[in-house]
Design a binder for this molecule. Structure first.
Ligand code: NDP
Length: 285
């Protein structure tokens, strides 16, 4: 294999140590960062994510308050809880685990979270601030991708970045973040004509599609950096990304593994945003 692996697990562990130290410093000013985690219903994957987030908070010294609501919770009830959490001075970040049950309008819930506590970075104000080049909270997975590129000192200035996927949680925000670093950005999606031609000219490829190994190794330009956000479970139980890893690694200079690449960075950036929010609270008081 020619490519160097971008080890998200190691970077996440290093960042979490730094965050722990920052939390200890804030503690000296009487500020304990607080994250409210809201889970509605019984979705097994969501329960696992929420428990991972709570454990990560505890290990970093962040106070987390857990709000588990029944599947039949109404939108009004959830909005009332968000309102209470918006007012709660111990809470610096509010995370509502998605997806929500069908009777609840996700957009309305996200919009109800105070932009000062929007540590997931999904609020229209957070997204708008990112779009105009004045970011507040950046959404966690794309921000994690940027930290990984920074860790290998990948200077995006003038580079061709090709992103496959245009979701609100990955493709679009990572495109804006790369643009802010002066990359020339192309966003590809299901209607893109000749996807291979776009990927072939990329200095940096960011794949966020959700289709196992659909970005072929032979499309990767010699020496390109490949970031694979995809997490796909195959019938045989294996986890693979959106990039044909073995073949891509023959051509790339750097590549993220799946698992152990972008995945571990997402929760780390949630902790990062929560500590940033608490630091802002400390500065205000
Ligand atoms: P979405 O399903 O929301 O978006 C997928 C995107 O891929 C869409 O923009 C879609 O295009 C595009 N697409 C689908 N098929 C093709 C195709 N044949 N050619 C080109 N583009 C295509 O997914 P997410 O952004 O939420 O997630 C993407 C992947 O990243 C998933 O595997 C997910 O599990 C993973 N993920 C990992 C995270 C982590 O922590 N590491 C966090 C979040 C996601 P169109 O818009 O036209 O439909």
């Amino acid at each position: 294999m020619a490519a160097t692996l971008m080890d998200g697990k190691a970077l996440a562990a290093q960042m979490r140590e730094q965050l722990k130290a920052q939390v200890a410093e804030l503690g000296k000013q009487g500020v304990v960062p607080g994250l409210a985690v809201v889970l509605v219903g019984e979705d097994p994957a969501s329960r696992v994510y929420v428990s991972m987030k709570e454990k990560a908070c505890a290990a970093t010294g962040i106070f987390s308050s857990e709000h588990k609501l029944p599947q039949e919770t109404t939108q009004q009830e959830l909005l009332a809880l968000i309102d209470t959490l918006n007012q709660d001075e111990r809470i610096d970040g509010i995370l509502v685990q998605l997806p929500l049950p069908a009777q609840i309008d996700e957009d309305a819930v996200i919009a109800a979270i105070s932009p000062l506590k929007d540590v997931d970075g999904f609020h229209p104000i957070s997204v708008g601030c990112l779009a105009i080049g004045n970011p507040t909270f950046r959404s966690c997975t794309p921000y994690g991708v940027m930290k990984m590129l920074e860790a290998i000192q990948c200077d995006l200035n003038g580079k061709e970045v090709v992103i496959v996927g245009r979701s609100n949680i990955v493709g679009k925000p990572v495109a804006l973040m790369c643009l802010a670093e002066n990359a020339t950005v192309t966003i590809c999606h299901s209607r893109t004509k000749d996807l291979p031609a776009h990927v072939k000219r990329a200095d940096v490829v960011i794949a966020a599609v959700g289709r196992p190994e659909m970005v072929k190794g032979e499309w990767i330009k010699e020496g390109a950096v490949v970031v694979d956000v995809g997490i796909n479970r195959l019938d045989d139980g294996r986890l693979v990304g959106d990039v044909e890893f073995a073949a891509a690694a023959e051509r790339a200079s750097y590549i993220t593994p799946v698992p152990g690449g972008v995945g571990p960075m997402t929760i780390t950036m949630l902790l990062f945003n929560t500590v940033q929010s608490a630091a802002q609270r400390a500065a205000r008081s």
